[in-house]
Design a protein around this ligand. Sequence first.
Ligand code: SAM
Ligand code: SF4
Length: 521
Amino acid sequence: MTPPTAGPERPISTWSQTPPDTLTARRSGSGTFAPLSIEVRKKVYIESYGCQMNVSDSEVVAGILAKDGYTPVDRAEEADLVLLNTCSIREKAEYTVLQRINEMNNLKALNKDLKVGVLGCMAERMREDLLEKKKVVDLVVGPDAYRTLPELLDKVGTGQKAVNVLLSREETYGEIVPVRLDTNGVTAFVTIMRGCDNMCAFCVVPFTRGRERSRDAYSIVDECRDLVSKGYGEVTLLGQNVDSYKWRPHDVRAAVGSRQQAAGSEPPPVDFADLLGMVAAACPTLRIRYSTSHPKDMTDKVLATMALYPNICKYIHLPVQSGSSAVLKRMNRGYDRAWYLQRIAAIRHFMPDCAISTDIITGFCGETEEDHQQTLSLMDDVGYDMAYMFKYSERPKTLAARKYPDDVPDDVKGRRLTEIIALQKRKSAERMAAFVGQEQEVLLEGVSKRSAEHLYGRNSQNAVVIVPRFVSVPQADGSKRTAADHELPPGTFIRVRITSATSGSLQGEVRGVPDEIAHTA
Ligand code: SAM
Ligand code: SF4
């Protein structure tokens, strides 16, 4: 589990995967030479900043570029093309990327043919600035224009700058086959919708990612099936507000078994609960997570579906933003404190063992000390397993920027942030301690970054679980095998007895591989 953070925005992924099939160019001449096969793939390096959605978008971009003859490399120094997939959510995120863009001048000094592109939310928001003030940038492409990358790159190849930041009401990249980047081969993101129709007063997303649209449910199921066939054990379905997912089937498959269709009326739309059920039923060995829920839209039907399927993880990220109804109203979140707490009660009713995490913004316009205390008291009441906590950062064009002064001094924001982080740390430690002594199912993801002697994975509740890499594993027949005989690979589901906990992770001992999901061991 990522620890609570208010730290600097970091690049969160880079290209790192097996190159797709290489293109082979043939140099034909007068006919006296045999055709010569040469490697012509261009090399691209891509860095993703910000949310999981950007990581997923980079994989779509990778899919589009693979068809255009690009192969990924791990280092910007090796690339013909460097793409920065950017985030505008807070000023600090943009500042980090602007610094990184400046560093590209050094790379261009070493390789004069290098092309540099800016993708994503900053491309959308700052297109003129980027093209005019950052001479090093050749290409600016918004989140809905990635299909045009090949033509834009052709233009860049002729020495011109290229830009496309058109937003779309339809684009979902539904049929694009993503190329998985920086993958552990176990967990993957699948985007189910794009854009956002909410107008939270603080948020730049509706301006940078456009209107909400939902992706074809069958293409989502197909992508998940494909991941299973490639050995993946877990998928996270992504959208800014997954609870408002709604897709109306147009194709013939939707008619199968639909009574309404038989009667000649329109087939019913697929909502998020339906989609969860479809993926869970189609891929019973795949763990399913999703992000992000919106408290105003989260339905009992979704909760009941989660409770029904053992392969849907018992974990919900439900951003509250503030514990004060007055602040929530100014934030235009569409719910108040009482509504939010009633949604928490519903989660606990359907799934008493469900972990809950949240996002909190501290120091939003007009936030008083009393409002801040209400946030602390709500955190105390809910007992979040984890939280992402941020200082409010005013974003141009947003409702808040236009309507409310950013009037909480930075030192006050900082002090309040410190207080909520300290409280959350205590709460996380309590929640984690409650796992001690329990037996948990853990999907192994890889070797621990801190110790080559340990493996890490996650339980259904998304807590990181560390286990020794070299242990004896009790088998169903009562015998024991050591890891030296049978090392459990990433992607294996194991049963772990939790022996100790910190606020950030659990430690445990391997008790065995469950029969019901022993598809990889
Ligand atoms: N769609 C998600 C939702 O509604 O909960 C959130 C998406 S946003 C990428 C992730 C988080 O960033 C938000 O939940 C919020 O806490 C934080 N955030 C967004 N705008 C912010 C701003 N202007 N200042 C500080 N934090 C912000
Ligand atoms: Fe931003 Fe609100 Fe949409 Fe989330 S729901 S992306 S916070 S506008």
